[in-house]
Ligand binder design. Structure first.
Ligand SMILES: *[C@@H]1O[C@H](CO)[C@@H](O)[C@H](O)[C@H]1NC(C)=O
Ligand SMILES: [Zn+2]
Ligand SMILES: [Zn+2]
Length: 435
């Protein structure tokens, strides 16, 4: 039959396509195919089950860290340890500039898991209720992909396994230990039940709020409850303080500049018939702008001190009582967000990428890296699966991650980094040609 002519053309086309493939990076779709292979997906789910059963709190992630190092050793990936106590900084690639970092947090929360499943936490009052077990495994998945394709990397990928996110100081300690020295860009991620499995999202500009905590001790003079005139009542003063704080957002902030002040603690006396000497009031404040943040901090102190004085009490305000530094807002670089949208669309298809998510008043210590790295970007990886009943918010005792989401997170992390290095490398070589 006359079929050899067309088949010769097909042969040529295939040969050309193969050549093109060899000389360019693996496509984002190839990477997702790889992480979705049954063996790869099962390996990730297995490592996650092990971490989930043995949750460890901030800066106590001894076994989690050991397991991560064991997996990195098995892949032949080099790393520095310890960083920030229990943290690990792995590197894959040329060892030279440009450097792009991917960050996962590895700590759990002090709460009791109430999900009845095969891999329920075996440790009472400790639970991976924020999905950091999934983050850890997605980053290990990305490490494996990057290691398999290390000869394609046009620079160095730095993988950060960070302890102590939930207490707000892990990122700060990683930075202090040099984890992001020379890093040009950093990507962070969080699982979210706001998005279904297979969907990712983020936005350009402000994504998560800056966050601070305050605690005030309001001091009067205790006495018999039957003789209020013989005492100076700090309970009445503290009550007035709580009400006065409500107007900092409702009456003083620009309604278009989202802010929150929440009083969450109120500790007064113990008896029914004793006016206590002092009352402790504490809470949190959130905001997206630097100006709003410093205004709230200043006004919280002024209002507490002045309202206490109205009731003849003294007050001392502490912004570091929780041992947590102020966290800046998480603000995404527009250039990295465009990169995220392009790579995510190639990986998952445009219908599965939300490029303009609403900002959220939650906060992340990832924002601390943005003070040390020129460009940063944070995004969400969907884990919602209604048929499986996986709809509970992070920090709920019913929170559960859909293991089906692990391949998507791993593939996207790896492709974001590979493509970033490729583009940076091309920019640099083009500018050399111009010179
Ligand atoms: C949810 O889980 C079901 C059953 O395991 C699966 O068929 C479905 O594809 C999942 N949904 C998503 C959004 O992944
Ligand atoms: Zn959390
Ligand atoms: Zn978290």
């Amino acid at each position: 039959m006359a079929s050899h002519l067309p088949s010769f053309h097909v042969f040529l086309a295939v040969a050309v396509a193969l050549c093109l493939c060899r000389s360019s990076l693996s496509s984002a779709a190839d990477v997702l195919d790889r992480t979705r292979r049954p063996e790869f997906a099962a390996w990730m789910a297995g490592v996650r089950a092990t971490i989930h059963e043995r949750p460890e709190l901030a800066f106590e992630e001894i076994e989690t860290s050991r397991l991560v190092r064991k997996e990195l050793d098995a892949m032949g990936v080099g790393y520095r340890y310890p960083i920030a106590g229990t943290g690990i900084v792995a590197t894959i690639g040329t060892g030279r500039s440009p450097f792009v970092a991917l960050r996962a947090d590895i700590d759990a929360l002090p709460m009791q898991e109430e999900v009845e499943w095969e891999h329920k936490s075996k440790v009472s009052m400790k639970m991976h209720a924020c999905g950091h077990d999934a983050h850890t495994v997605m980053l290990l998945g990305a490490a494996r992909i990057l290691q398999e394709r290390r000869h394609e990397l046009q620079g160095t990928v730095v993988l950060l396994f960070q302890p102590g996110e939930e207490v707000g100081t892990g990122a700060r300690r990683m930075v202090a230990d040099g984890a992001v020295d020379n890093v040009d860009a950093i990507f962070g991620f969080h699982v979210s039940v706001g998005l279904p499995t297979g969907v990712v999202g983020s936005r350009s500009g402000p994504l998560l709020a800056g966050c601070g905590f305050f605690e005030a001790v309001i001091t009067g003079k205790g006495g018999h409850a039957a003789r209020p005139h013989g005492s100076v009542d700090p309970v009445a003063a503290a009550s007035a303080v709580v009400l006065a704080l409500q107007s900092l957002v409702s009456r003083e902030a620009d309604p278009l500049d989202s802010q929150v002040v929440s009083v969450t603690r109120f500790r007064a006396g113990n008896a029914f018939n004793v006016i206590p000497d002092s009352v402790t009031v504490g809470g949190t404040f959130r905001c997206f702008s630097k100006e709003g943040f410093s205004r709230l901090k200043r006004r919280i102190e002024e209002v507490i001190v002045a309202q206490s004085a109205v009731h003849r009490c003294g007050a001392a305000v502490d912004f570091n009582a929780r041992g947590t530094p102020l966290l800046p807002p998480t603000i995404n670089s527009p250039a990295l967000h465009a990169h995220f949208e392009a790579v995510a669309t190639e990986t998952l298809g445009a219908a599965h990428v939300h490029g303009a998510l609403e900002p959220c008043m939650g906060s992340e210590d990832f924002a601390t890296y943005s003070e040390a790295v020129p460009a940063s970007h944070f995004y969400f990886v969907g884990i919602r699966n209604e048929t499986e009943g996986l709809v509970h918010l992070a920090h709920s005792p019913h929170f559960l991650v859909d293991d089906g989401a692990l391949p998507f997170g791993a593939a996207l992390h790896a492709s974001l980094a590979m493509r970033y290095l490729d583009e940076r490398h091309r920019d640099v070589s083009q500018s050399h040609e111009v010179l």
